[in-house]
Design a protein around this ligand. Structure first.
Ligand SMILES: Nc1ncnc2c1ncn2[C@@H]1O[C@H](COP(=O)(O)OP(=O)(O)OP(=O)(O)O)[C@@H](O)[C@H]1O
Ligand SMILES: [Mg+2]
Length: 646
């Protein structure tokens, strides 16, 4: 059993239904340490045969047997490994990756070995040194001469220390000096115990090897050993793996740098969509925050006033409208409710007097949490024996200096009915505690004071409303309201009426959120444009890089790695465009907030970390989705067709 055996290899190319047989049943065996030259006329099928031996072409009949094992039974993965580990291919037309430097071209192959990064670099330099390119490792292929390119190809073929080197016309394009040097290199490889198979037209070149095989008309016409094969060395193959994900990421970055201008434009284009979405979300937060801020400065949305829900005929009956302990206990038990406090209001019949000036008060109530402390422009909330005035009322008592009333004593009068239903006037001297804005504050005193004023005429009052506060966020208000609404009276109507804006604020927030999401979605439509753009660019990239894909496949990269290469590129487009979008959005936010600060004194655009995370994820996911089809196309490319792509 020979090291490598070919059994009855037949291969035809088809044009339509017509078959063009190229190889017509070849039987050959090779041993390690041989330097075999395949001679034959142009178009005779030499490259075709090399592709079959090299594991690039599986579309043939017959068998290639390595160490007694047929390639036929190999899975795709095993064939990838065979190309990586066993075969080193030196192509007729070099097939270097044009956007990688000499060193990087050799490294591509080494990245598929288990060597450490440092060992890989050392080995690449050593190999390039061996082929005499030590000074050119930073050059790109188009900066090299033909002979130099051929040497890079040799260094790359040797990188993973393969057992078989296939060299298709390694000296075809070289002068005699260069030819001599390359042949010496190949001979050296064979001396190391490798199997070297070269294809050539030239008898001189062929004479350099240990054996000449002549291919005529699709068959072996001559097989002649001209020298003894070299000794087989001790085998210590490098173990290999397909391109790792980190390697494809790096290659994607290199390619993006190579097409820098185009990629920058793509990233800007894709960033616009993400930018609009982030700006919309940030603006939504700001607008909602601003509206809430405005509402909270006018009212306390967490405070509710609860009164009995009574019919008109009942409204005059204090027993019907009063809030009893039973009512209060029931309210106290509701989740998130605290500070259930008595309240009392009087509509009409109230008057204030200071010296000769009087002011009628249309609505008088006890001080409670729905009256914001912020509404008190001067002075403080009323304590027992004190009264808080609205500015309007204060102005009626002292037009020029309403605030000078604070600390002064004024007399409060209240017309009402006593227990015998006779009209009486209550009166009490009170100290002015402060002055409040008319729209948000209220003329008010403590419940204790109110009670005492009535008590003086032996009238006992019952609270005709209570206030309660809802703990936590304004979102808790609605459930509390709903719970209170479930209490029914004997007429199956709601037992209580509720005043407070918390529920409204919650509903308002829901609508603002809805509007923001609609706007963000509209902005998101531009993401569709980004996605299409990325798809187009990646398709272009696939066609541009067809050759590179073929080279990588020939070097033993798996289909999955090729797919990853394009996913990596898409990933970076997504990542970079989201970073750009965030930068732009933050910039716009800074400007907008600066302007808003001088106008409404509020940060109108609030981009929170959640928005940023959302932007990054959406951007990357869209890019990856856009890459699905192009990456799939790249992975499915046939290696031989890709290599012959011009
Ligand atoms: N993909 C293909 N489809 C159809 N015919 C093909 C294809 N590839 C090669 N052929 C044909 O098969 C024959 C053998 O081609 P091959 O490239 O193997 O020749 P070769 O011996 O390497 O020639 P050269 O010395 O010029 O490189 C040629 O006639 C060629 O036209
Ligand atoms: Mg050829």
């Amino acid at each position: 059993m020979a090291y490598l055996e070919l059994h009855d290899i037949k291969k035809s190319y088809y044009l339509g239904n017509e078959a063009f047989p190229v190889l017509k049943g070849l039987n050959l065996s090779f041993e390690q340490g041989e330097f075999v030259s395949i001679l034959g006329e142009s178009g005779g099928g030499k490259t075709t045969l090399m592709n079959i031996i090299g594991g690039l072409d599986s579309n043939y009949t017959g068998d290639v047997v390595l160490n007694g094992q047929s390639l036929r039974h190999d899975t795709n993965k095993q064939l990838d490994a065979y190309r990586r580990q066993t075969i080193g291919f030196i192509f007729q037309n070099f097939n270097l990756i044009s956007h990688l430097t000499v060193l990087q071209n050799v490294m591509v192959s080494l990245e598929m070995t288990t060597l450490t990064r440092k060992q890989q670099e050392d080995r690449a330099r050593e190999l390039l040194n061996q082929v005499g390119l030590a000074e050119h490792i930073k050059k790109f292929p188009n900066q090299l001469s033909g002979g130099q390119k051929q040497r890079v190809a040799i260094a790359r073929a040797l990188a993973s220390d393969p057992e078989i080197i296939i060299a298709d016309e390694p000296t075809g394009a070289l002068d005699s000096q260069n030819t001599q040097e390359i042949l010496e290199l190949l001979d050296q490889i064979a001396t190391d115990g490798k199997l070297v198979i070269t294809v050539t037209h030239s008898q001189t070149v062929a004479n350099y090897g240990t054996r000449i095989v002549r291919l005529t008309d699709g068959q072996i016409s001559e097989d002649q050993q001209i020298k003894q094969p070299y000794q087989v060395g001790n085998e210590n193959e490098l173990s290999t793996h397909t391109l790792k994900f980190t390697a494809t990421l790096k290659m994607a970055l290199e390619n993006m740098r190579y097409n820098l201008k185009r990629n920058i434009l793509i990233i800007i284009g894709a960033a616009i969509g993400i930018f609009s979405v982030i700006v919309m979300l940030g603006l939504g937060n700001g607008v909602q925050g601003y509206i809430n801020h405005e509402i909270y400065s006018q009212v306390n949305p967490n405070a509710l006033q609860i009164a009995k829900n009574v019919s008109d005929s009942e409204s005059a009956n204090p027993n019907k409208i009063s809030m009893q302990s039973k009512d209060k206990n029931r309210l106290r038990k509701i989740k998130h409710v605290k500070n259930v406090a008595d309240g009392y209001y009087v509509q009409g019949g109230s008057q204030l007097r200071l010296g000769r000036k009087t002011a009628a008060v249309s609505f008088m109530q006890t001080f409670n949490p729905t009256i914001l402390k912020k509404s008190i422009t001067k002075g403080s909330a009323p304590k027992n024996g004190q009264i808080l005035l609205t500015k309007e009322i204060a102005a009626k008592l002292n037009k020029k200096h309403p605030y000078s009333l604070i600390g002064k004593k004024i007399t409060f009068y209240q017309n009402t009915l006593n227990r015998q239903k006779r009209p009486v006037t209550l009166s009490k001297t009170l100290t002015v505690s402060g002055v409040a804005k008319a729209n948000t504050g209220s003329t008010s005193m403590t419940y204790q004071t109110m009670k005492a004023i009535y008590q003086a005429k032996k009238i006992k009052i019952q609270p005709n409303f209570v206030t309660l506060e809802v703990t936590g966020s304004v979102k808790n208000v609605k459930p509390v309201q709903n719970k209170i609404k479930t209490y029914r009276n004997s007429r199956h109507k709601q037992q209580y009426t509720i005043t407070g804006v918390g529920g409204f604020v919650d509903t308002l927030n829901t609508y603002i959120n809805l509007a923001v999401n609609v706007l963000a979605t509209i902005a998101g439509i531009s993401l569709l444009v980004s996605a299409i753009m990325i798809i187009v660019v990646l398709y272009i990239s696939v066609s541009e890089r067809t050759k590179e894909i073929g080279i990588l496949r020939a070097l033993g990269a798996s289909k999955g790695s090729i797919r990853n290469l394009f996913f990596s590129e898409a990933f970076f487009i997504g990542l970079f465009s989201s970073i750009l979008a965030i930068g732009l959005a933050e910039g716009l936010a800074a400007v907008a907030n600066h302007i808003a600060q001088s106008g409404i004194h509020y940060q109108i655009m609030q981009i929170v970390p959640g928005n940023i995370l959302f932007g990054v994820i959406v951007s990357i996911v869209i890019s990856l989705l856009a890459a699905l089809a192009p990456a799939g196309k790249a992975a499915r490319l046939d290696p031989i067709e890709s290599l012959s792509y011009e």
